[in-house]
Design a protein around this ligand. Structure first.
Ligand code: GRF
Length: 211
């Protein structure tokens, strides 16, 4: 049984989708055993609580540097023998030490088709730029900002009357399906990484849907 930790700073709707996928056995062979947050009032912590999952706010203000903060996170992860770290709306860049400790075992989801619109304005940036198609990307985390090897992507069409909110809602719908799928592939050992490229050994994983 693989142990998953989720790091979240906010609402945690992706965390919820992952918990639901584990409970309904869409993800099998893994459990979410720990949820960590850098925000005391993150709703993600309450979601974890409701499902009996250990959860912890770790206050960044108590640490002198990002490295020291990440050291504290790593101690929690190691205590729970975490195999996979899942970032779900976690708003801090990880230190190189953290990335090295969990190389190719940290996933993130980004609300745009990377390498377009990295950073915090994935949705607003795409809308302002005027792209007709955007989407979401699940990728492994490396030392850069949204730069690691891409695992899965799915497109979302931008409508003429879209606002940031309406576009976010459709992207998040896709995220809630795509993230559990990527995690399930990893748990089942179906992802091979060669350089920047991830190869998926699963017939269904290549299915490309447009919403
Ligand atoms: C998601 O849209 C994800 O793409 C981005 O942050 C958002 C988190 O939402 N990285 P939630 O906290 O999972 O609801």
């Amino acid at each position: 049984m693989k142990h998953i930790a989720v790091l979240a700073s906010g609402n945690g709707s992706n965390l919820q989708a992952i918990i639901d996928a584990v409970e309904s056995k869409k993800i099998s062979g893994a459990q979410v055993v720990l949820v960590l947050s850098d925000k005391k009032d993150a709703y993600a912590l309450s979601r974890a609580q409701k499902h009996g999952i250990e959860n912890k706010f770790i206050n960044p203000k108590l640490y002198a540097s990002r490295q020291e903060y990440d050291h504290a996170l790593l101690a929690c992860l190691q205590e729970q023998k975490i195999d996979l770290v899942v970032l779900a709306g976690y708003m801090r860049l990880l230190s190189p030490e953290f990335v090295t400790a969990y190389r190719n075992r940290i996933m993130n989801i980004h609300p745009a088709l990377l390498p377009a619109f990295p950073g915090t304005k994935g949705i607003a940036g795409a809308l302002e730029y005027g792209v007709k198609i955007t989407g979401c990307t699940v990728h492994f985390v490396d030392e850069g900002m949204d730069t690691g090897p891409i695992i899965l992507q799915e497109a979302v069409v931008v409508k003429d009357d879209d606002t940031v909110e309406s576009l976010r809602a459709r992207i998040q719908n896709v995220e809630h399906r795509l993230y559990p799928k990527a995690i399930d592939l990893w748990v089942r050992g179906k992802i091979t990484i060669q350089g920047r490229r991830c190869f998926i050994d699963d017939d269904e994983a290549g299915t490309f849907e447009c919403l």
